[in-house]
Design a protein. Structure first.
Length: 518
C-alpha cells in the first residue's frame, strides 16, 4: 500500500487558528513527526497515534524520519508551526525526496508568522511587502544584508523572522541601520512577541526607536513603508484605492531642476547649522543648499538662511544620492544635531561613494562633571532614572521615548516629557502612555528661569537630557537642575570617526579654503 506524506501547517499557536484541512490531515495520519512544542497545540487531534519528536536542532532528521515512514507505506504528518512552506520543514522534505518515490505528498497551508503578527498590529502588509530571515545558519550574512538594503531602498514593508538569538545578537541592529539608511526614521513599525501564544506582547514603534530595544527568537519585527499610518492604536498601510500621493506631512521628491549646480551642501535642521549656512551663503562665491529633515525645518531655514536654496522634507538615501549627483555638489557639510548619528553615518557613506568631500561641523560640548551624571547611552540613562526618580522629566526629544518608558520599573514612575510641537511626536508620547497633562509641546531652547518654574511646578525629582550644547539649551537645563537640587542625567554623545571635524564658522572656512572651496 502506498504511503502518504502530509506536510502540515498548524499556524502560529492557538488551536482555533489551525485550518480545517490541517485538522483533517492529522486525523487521516497514523504517524506524527514534530518538534515537541507543537504537540501541545494539536494534542486533541493526535491521540493514539505513533508520535516521534526529534529535538529542535534536528530538522533534517525529522524530515528523513517522516520520509522513511512514508516510503514504508505509512500515512505520515510532518508538522511545522506557521506555514510549513515558509522558512520551515517543507523545503527540507522536498530536498530529501527522490524522483522515484511513490508515496503521495500533500502540502497543507497555514497562517504564517507574518499574517499572525500583521493581524495583531492592524493591517501593515496591505501593499507590497517582503519577508527576511535574519538567521545566517543556512544563508550567508552578506546575502541577508544585501537583501535588507534593497528592501529598504524599494521602500517595501518588511517582516523580519528569526530576529535575535543568544548567539546572534548584533545582526538585527546592523539590518535596522541599513533600513534607516533608506527609510525615514519616523517609519511606523510593529514588534510582536509570542503571537497568539501565552505571553503575547504587541508594541508599535518608530523605526529609529528599534535599535534601542532587545529582541529574541520569539519576536517578529514588521517594518512599514512611508505610507504606513497609525489609527485607533493600530497601524495600517493604505492599499492605494483612493490616492497614492504622499501622506499629509510628507514632502514630495525635491525639484532637482531648482537645485544650483556645484553648491556647498549644508545638512542642518539646527539653529547653529542654519547660522553657518547663512554665513556661507552671504560670504561665499559658490551657491549654498541647506537640507532640512522636516517640512518645519525647511520653513525655519527659509527664514534663517537668506540667499541659500532650501531642500527640505523626509528624504531617503536614494533621493539624497540622486540630488547630490545631479546637482554636482562640491562638499557635504554635516551640521546635523550631535545625536543624529544615523544621518551622519549616511552622509559619510555618500561622501565616500560619490567622491564628495565631507566636513563635520560639531557644536561644542557643554557638559561638566559638576552638572550631573554622564550616562553612556539612553538605555543606561533610563535605568538610572528609574533608580533615582519618582517624577522624571525627559528633555531628550522623541527618538528615545520608548527606551525610557518601557525600561524595567518604568511603569511605577511618573514621566513628564518635552517635545517639539509636531503632531506625530505628541501622538507617539500619548501612544506610549504619557498623559496629555504631562506633555510640554514647545519649540526650544528654554531659559533657566522657564526650566526652573516648570520643574518646580511639576515637582520633578530627576531630569534626563542630552549634551546638546549651547544651541540646544543645555546650560540652562543644567543650571535649573542645580537651583532645584535635583539629579541631572546626561546621555553621552555618540562617538563617530569623522574624516574632518570643525567647530565654529572660522574653522569651517579654513577647511573649505584647504579644499579650495572658499
Amino acid at each position: 500500500m502506498s504511503g502518504v506524506l502530509n506536510l502540515v501547517s498548524v499556524g502560529p499557536g492557538f488551536d482555533d487558528l489551525i485550518v480545517p484541512r490541517a485538522i483533517a490531515a492529522l486525523a487521516s495520519s497514523d504517524v506524527i513527526v514534530a518538534y515537541e512544542l507543537y504537540l501541545r497545540w494539536i494534542a486533541p487531534h493526535i491521540a493514539g497515534k505513533e508520535i516521534h519528536t526529534p529535538p529542535l536542532t534536528q530538522e533534517r532528521e525529522r524530515a528523513l524520519l517522516a520520509i522513511d515512514k512514508a516510503r514504508g507505506g505509512a500515512r505520515v504528518a510532518l508538522i511545522s508551526s506557521g506555514d510549513i512552506g515558509i522558512y520551515a520543514m517543507a523545503a527540507l522534505a522536498f530536498e530529501e525526496m527522490r524522483e522515484d518515490d511513490t508515496y503521495e505528498v500533500n502540502v497543507v497551508p497555514g497562517i504564517t508568522s507574518a499574517n499572525a503578527c500583521a493581524s495583531l498590529l492592524g493591517s501593515p502588509l496591505s501593499h507590497d511587502f517582503a519577508t527576511l530571515s535574519l538567521s545566517d545558519l543556512l544563508c550567508p550574512w552578506e546575502w541577508i544584508e544585501h537583501r535588507a538594503r534593497h528592501i529598504a531602498q524599494a521602500d517595501l514593508a518588511c517582516v523580519m523572522y528569526n530576529v535575535q538569538s543568544a548567539g546572534r545578537q548584533q545582526g538585527v541592529y546592523r539590518v535596522l541601520q541599513l533600513m534607516l539608511e533608506s527609510k525615514a526614521p519616523h517609519t511606523l513599525c510593529g514588534v510582536v512577541k509570542n503571537a497568539y501564544r501565552p505571553g503575547q506582547e504587541v508594541a508599535i514603534h518608530r523605526l529609529d526607536e528599534l535599535p534601542s530595544l532587545q529582541f529574541d527568537m520569539l519576536t517578529t519585527i514588521v517594518v512599514g513603508n512611508r505610507f504606513t499610518e497609525r489609527k485607533r492604536g493600530k497601524i495600517f498601510t493604505p492599499r492605494g484605492y483612493n490616492d497614492w500621493a504622499a501622506p499629509e506631512g510628507a514632502t514630495a521628491a525635491p525639484q532637482r531642476q531648482a537645485l544650483p549646480d556645484g553648491a556647498l551642501w549644508v545638512f542642518s535642521g539646527t539653529s547653529d547649522g542654519n547660522a553657518l549656512a547663512a554665513q556661507l551663503a552671504a560670504g561665499q562665491g559658490r551657491p549654498v543648499v541647506v537640507s532640512a529633515a522636516t517640512g518645519y525645518g525647511g520653513e525655519v531655514a527659509l527664514k534663517d538662511c537668506p540667499g541659500a536654496t532650501v531642500w527640505a522634507g523626509r528624504q531617503g538615501v536614494e533621493a539624497r544620492r540622486q540630488a547630490l549627483t545631479q546637482s554636482r555638489a562640491r562638499v557635504l557639510i554635516d551640521a546635523t544635531h550631535p545625536y543624529a548619528d544615523n544621518m551622519s553615518e549616511q552622509l559619510m557613506g555618500l561622501s565616500r561613494e560619490l567622491g564628495i568631500p565631507y566636513l563635520r561641523h560639531e557644536r561644542a560640548s557643554e557638559f561638566a562633571p559638576a552638572d550631573g551624571e554622564l550616562c553612556a547611552s539612553a538605555r543606561a540613562a533610563a535605568d538610572r532614572a528609574v533608580a533615582l526618580g519618582r517624577r522624571i522629566f525627559l528633555a531628550t526629544g522623541s527618538k528615545d521615548l520608548a527606551t525610557f518608558l518601557q525600561a524595567p520599573g518604568a511603569a511605577d514612575k511618573e514621566w513628564f516629557v518635552r517635545l517639539t510641537a509636531e503632531p506625530e511626536f505628541i501622538a507617539r508620547a500619548i501612544a506610549l502612555g504619557v498623559p496629555r497633562d504631562r506633555i510640554c509641546a514647545m519649540q526650544g531652547p528654554f531659559s533657566r528661569a522657564f526650566n526652573t518654574a516648570l520643574w518646580r511646578d511639576w515637582q520633578i525629582d530627576c531630569v534626563v537630557t542630552k549634551d546638546s550644547g549651547d544651541a540646544g539649551g543645555y546650560r540652562a537645563k543644567a543650571d535649573a537642575a542645580r537651583v532645584l537640587d535635583i539629579p541631572l542625567l546626561v546621555v553621552a554623545r555618540p562617538r563617530l570617526e569623522y574624516p574632518q571635524l570643525a567647530s565654529g564658522f572660522e574653522q569651517v572656512l579654513a577647511r573649505l579654503k584647504a579644499l579650495d572651496l572658499a
